[in-house]
Design a protein around this ligand. Structure first.
Ligand code: ZN
Length: 84
């Protein structure tokens, strides 16, 4: 079974803190291949993490990221909530 979008969203930020390995990574990548929403979310988060890094080390990157991206993630995912 592949992880669902919610699990993948969690793994996206986890993967930035510490890269996923083994089967978890494989399933994560597989989901991204199939799911345009999570692909977009992942891309956005990777870009934001680079922005945060370039801003300096005063802030906890993952904490800032979660705050920044949670909103955009909800925006992205409300589009396909109706199939639930
Ligand atoms: Zn997804």
């Amino acid at each position: 079974m592949l992880p669902n979008c919610k699990q993948v969203a969690e793994q996206v930020s986890e993967n930035i803190d510490q890269p996923l390995t083994g089967m978890r990574w494989l399933k994560f990548k597989w989901h991204l291949l199939l799911c345009a929403y999570c692909r977009r979310y992942n891309k956005q988060l990777v870009i934001s993490s680079k922005t945060v890094e370039s801003m300096g080390d005063e802030l906890q990157p993952s904490q800032v990221l979660r705050e920044n991206v949670t909103r955009s993630y909800q925006e992205i995912h409300c589009e396909h909530k109706h199939d639930n």
